[in-house]
Write a protein that binds this ligand. Structure first.
Ligand SMILES: *Cc1c(COP(=O)(O)O)cnc(C)c1O
Length: 426
């Protein structure tokens, strides 16, 4: 029995499913999870000392590669002054100033401890600001696990096949309206049917929790126009895309400004951090300035701020990181596409910058319904082959692959060779 299997046996007895987040479970690929002992650069090492090329990158935060020495040292230095004070610190001011200076749409920002919290708080701010209750989300977009947003959410929820979640009262989701990704008409209809009642439209500007689905030309611009026209707050959930598609995230990549933006993942560099920010007049509804309550014992934690800010400064000072990752993304994902074609498979590869994914379907994937046509049994075979040969992927069809700046021409070549091995074996 492997050490991972031993750990899993212990884990399932005391942790539901043996994992602290369902996306880590290997149920949908018919295996038990690998337990990770450490990681450096593009590699993770499991409890049996087996090394893998890693495309999870902690689901995004490790954009510089694992165990970046500058980030690690910033954390160690900061920790020497104490871990948390529950009082204001300079690190929080530095982080907020840095974001407000460098992200044009953001005039004020508040730090929280996860992406879930960031989105939940942004929605509350939008409702408080507009005095309206209804929100629009898109099927297949995931915005964390707060009650109101567990409606047709992507990734973990999708794989488990639970469209909604038990334990969420109908009352909590009655004001959540669901539209079709890449379909502006579906949004227009909701606006017409709910005139003057929609507080916010929230969208993943590139959907990365139903695989990877790119916004069609004009989709995000259309959302911007509809929201402006209806006095609705446009929220870009940039928990994945922020500081990844470009330093300025999807807003920079697509040239569109949202009213509120949510961050997570990269902004904490591996520490538990989230944030939401945007227009001053909206952000000033938040307590203690305004009447929208929002709080957090560990929010803006100085050690977490040190990690996140160190990573963000590296990204800001080295724009070539983004060109490099885009170049590597093209090589990897276009390479997969070519191999798929060479072996006569109809499968689709979607990608943008460092994000990508393969769907085992002959249909172009532009929304949740398309994504669901992927053959998840085929995905499971692909996953198991890749893992067996040293490639660590998210254990679900509906997760993206995350390249980091530490991935190299060699890791790309090795990954493509292994993928070709899978295609040959099929
Ligand atoms: C991961 C994710 C979240 C939730 O973030 P947590 O830190 O896991 O709570 C929200 N929105 C998007 C787009 C995400 O990918």
């Amino acid at each position: 029995m492997s050490r991972s299997d031993e750990l899993f046996e212990r884990a399932v007895k005391v942790i539901p499913g043996g994992v602290n987040s369902p996306v880590r479970a290997y149920g949908s690929v018919g295996m038990t999870p690998r337990f990770i002992e450490g990681a450096t650069g593009p590699y993770v090492v499991d409890a049996d000392s087996k090394r893998y090329i890693d495309y999870i990158s902690s689901w995004g935060p490790m954009i510089l590669g694992h165990n970046n020495p500058e980030v690690r040292n910033a954390v160690i230095r900061k920790a020497e002054s104490g871990l948390s004070f529950g009082a204001a610190t300079e690190s929080e001011v530095e982080m907020a100033e840095f974001i407000c200076e460098n992200i044009p749409s953001i005039e004020m920002i508040r730090m929280v401890n996860s992406g879930t919290e960031a989105v939940m708080s942004a929605i509350r701010a939008a409702r408080g600001y507009t005095g309206r209750n209804k929100i629009v989300k898109f099927a297949g977009c995931y915005h964390g696990h707060s009650d109101a947003l567990l409606v047709k959410a992507g990734s973990g929820v999708m794989t488990a096949g639970i469209p909604d979640s038990a334990g969420v009262p109908a009352g909590a989701t009655q004001d959540t309206l669901t539209a079709v990704y890449n379909n502006l008409e579906s949004v227009k209809m909701l606006f017409e049917e709910n005139e003057g009642q929609i507080a916010a439209v929230i969208v993943e500007p590139v959907a990365a929790n139903m695989g990877v689905v790119l916004p069609k030309e004009g989709f995000l611009k259309g959302l911007r126009e509809l929201c402006t026209k209806n006095g609705t707050v446009l929220i870009f959930d940039e928990v994945i895309t922020g500081f990844r598609l470009a330093f300025g995230g999807a807003q920079e990549r697509f040239g569109i400004e949202a009213d509120l933006v949510t961050y997570g993942k990269i902004i904490g560099a591996g520490m538990p951090v989230g944030a939401f920010g945007g227009k001053r007049e909206i952000m000033e509804v938040i307590a203690p300035v305004g009447h929208v309550y929002q709080a957090g014992t560990l929010s803006g934690n100085p050690v977490a701020m040190a990690a996140g800010l160190t990573q963000l400064k590296i990204l800001k000072d080295h724009p070539e990181i983004y060109t490099n990752m885009s170049h590597m993304g093209d090589k990897l994902y276009e390479g997969m596409k070519e191999l798929v074609k060479k072996y006569g498979k109809p499968w689709k590869v979607n990608h943008i910058c460092s994000l990508g994914c393969i769907y085992f379907t002959d249909q172009d994937v532009e929304n949740y319904e398309d994504a669901k046509t992927s053959d998840t049994e085929e995905f499971a075979r692909y996953f198991r082959y890749m893992l067996e040969h040293g490639v660590h992927l998210g254990p679900s069809q509906f997760e993206a692959m995350f390249l980091s700046n530490a991935h190299t021409e060699e890791t790309t070549k090795e990954t493509l060779d292994i993928f070709e091995g899978f295609l040959k074996a099929e």
